[in-house]
Design a protein around this ligand. Structure first.
Ligand code: NAD
Length: 516
């Protein structure tokens, strides 16, 4: 998941809409938000240290909430469900539209906290938070039109199909798009009349708490949206809680398997937004400048920590060498620096451990014969950024499909450059992966683009663009990249269940069971 509208950065001028309200308090406890109030965790299993990626300094310690705290949050959400689910769709819509407005009002401030917590550059954080506002406005706007069905049957008998909320939703988020992954779940879930207990990633606990406050201020009743902090144990307790009707999860495939296993024990519904290793296919008739921009969008947003990234860039042999030169030249120019600086393009990797993992992939790729065309190194910035984990975006050439770096999700700014000869060949290779989150094709030949779209095994395919995800379109994975869809009207199916009501207009006909 990525940018909803890349060009919005032009209209979000820095500081213009910066209203200082939460920034100083966001990084201090208490850290849970239950029943409409910030609350201290009463049964922390342990404290989780959170570091600021841009400096490596300690940011805060958050509690790993235990079973009692999980239960307290689920109970608050269950109680709130009785009231919230009885609001009319338009009443809920009005509240969510107001929440969208509040997020916009405090956009700059929330974006700044997101930068502090993720290390991503401010220009991207603004886009992320705008996408959160989009989510509340989109689902707040469409929910009044959510309707069931009327199905005429024999004589005047008919059936109605009602759409009802599910109950308490467990939302579990990833660290790369902390508030976006939260809002993309909370907005549709709440719009449909559900309530939520959201657990942010232990690396990025802060902005979900700001959202909880803003939702309260917008008129969301207490207990409808709750935040509990924690890591694996807390997430696992939440998934196992009998009061949870559905789990909406964003994270890795490995954790997704655990979440689905826990859900299976209680036959809970799941939406899983998981990892990817998406192909980007560039044919020799493509507009070169657009294909170049697409390749950068597909690889170097948020330090490459993007699930849908098109990290396998397949370029047709006839233009490969020329395209590679341009790609390397453009990648070398990406400015790495202080994430708060307006001219920084690439910020800090989330943690030291993750930065080391990304560098290890590059080292292994070199051993397997890849050639580093640029980047792939730790960048040391002057104090106070000297403890931050800055990596230069990397382009790898001489890649082949069998390499680890080409097969596995690196989740860092590492582009694998691959060449191909024919359409048939590249489609076979593009689909040769367990993932199926996204894909892209650059060509001026519309018929070829359509053929490629039909053959790519992916939940989203961009023609002549990449990584642009407006709220109006469904987003989710094929194969091991996920189950279910977020965004678009498809999300409403994932947060409602159907109740069929058969209405008899005449006498009951039970055949020979009982004669009149
Ligand atoms: P992760 O799987 O390590 O953690 C995700 C969340 O799950 C965290 O909140 C974590 O605390 C929680 N968790 C861990 N163990 C759990 C358990 N047993 N039960 C319940 N919850 C548990 O993922 P991450 O490192 O935070 O995020 C990176 C991954 O997320 C990448 O694979 C990326 O592709 C994926 N991702 C996917 C999307 C998408 O929309 N498809 C979006 C963003 C990130």
């Amino acid at each position: 998941m990525v940018v909803s509208r890349i060009n919005i950065w032009r209209i979000l001028s820095p500081n213009k809409i910066y209203q200082k309200k939460y920034f100083s308090t966001a990084v201090k406890g208490p850290f849970n938000h239950i029943g409409g109030a910030k609350t201290a965790c009463l049964d922390a299993i342990r404290d989780v240290p959170v570091r600021e990626p841009s400096t490596g300094n300690s940011l805060c310690n958050v509690p790993a909430s235990g079973a009692n705290e999980v239960d307290r949050a689920v109970t608050a959400a269950s109680q709130a469900f009785r009231q919230w689910s009885k609001f009319s769709n338009s009443e809920r819509g009005r509240v969510l539209l107001s929440a969208g407005g509040k997020i916009r009002q405090y956009l700059e401030e929330i974006a700044r906290v997101e930068v502090r917590n993720t290390g991503k550059p401010i220009w991207e954080a603004r886009l992320d938070i705008a996408s959160c506002a989009d989510a509340f406005e989109y689902f707040g706007g469409i929910i009044a039109s959510l309707a069931g069905q009327h199905i005429p049957l024999h004589n005047d008998t008919f059936a109605m199909v009602l759409r009802e909320p599910l109950g308490v939703i467990a939302g579990i988020g990833a660290w790369n798009y902390p508030l976006q992954s939260c809002s993309w779940k909370a907005a549709p879930a709440l719009a449909c009349g559900n309530t939520m207990v959201f657990k942010p990633s232990q690396f990025t606990p802060l902005t979900a708490l700001m959202l909880a406050d803003l939702l309260s201020e917008s008129g969301v009743p207490e207990g409808v949206f709750n935040v509990i902090q924690g890591e694996e144990t807390t997430g696992s307790l939440l998934c196992q809680h009998p009061g949870i009707a559905k789990i909406s999860f964003t994270g890795s495939v490995a954790t997704g398997v655990k979440v689905m296993t826990a859900a299976a024990a209680g036959l809970k519904k799941v939406t899983l937004e998981l990892g990817g290793k998406s192909p980007l296919i560039i044919f020799d008739d493509a507009d070169m400048t657009n294909a170049l921009k697409g390749s950068l969008l597909a690889n170097f947003l948020s330090q490459g920590e993007v699930c849908s990234n098109g990290t396998r860039v397949f370029v047709q042999e006839t233009i490969a060498s020329q395209f590679l030169d341009k790609l390397v030249e453009a990648t070398k120019k990406l400015k790495i620096g202080d994430p708060y600086a307006e001219d920084t393009v690439v910020g800090a990797t989330i943690s030291k451990e993750h930065a080391e993992k990304v560098l290890k992939y590059i080292e292994d790729a070199k051993k397997e014969g890849a050639k580093v065309m640029c980047g792939g190194e730790r960048i040391h910035l002057p104090s106070p950024l000297d403890g931050g984990y800055y990596l230069s975006p990397c382009v790898l050439a001489n890649c082949h499909d069998g390499m680890r770096v080409v097969q596995e999700e690196v989740f860092g700014a590492v582009l694998s450059f691959l060449t191909f000869s024919t359409e048939e060949e590249v489609l076979k290779r593009a689909n040769d992966t367990m993932f199926g989150l996204a894909g892209g094709v650059f060509t001026r030949d519309l018929q070829r683009a359509i053929r490629v779209v039909h053959k790519l095994q992916a939940g989203t395919v961009w023609i002549n663009n990449f990584n642009v995800v407006p709220l109006e379109i469904p987003f989710g994975g094929y194969k091991q990249s996920g189950i279910g869809r977020e965004n678009g009207t498809a999300a409403l199916d994932n947060y409602t269940q159907l109740k069929t009501v058969y209405v008899e207009s005449g006498d009951v006909d039970c055949g020979p069971l009982l004669k009149d």
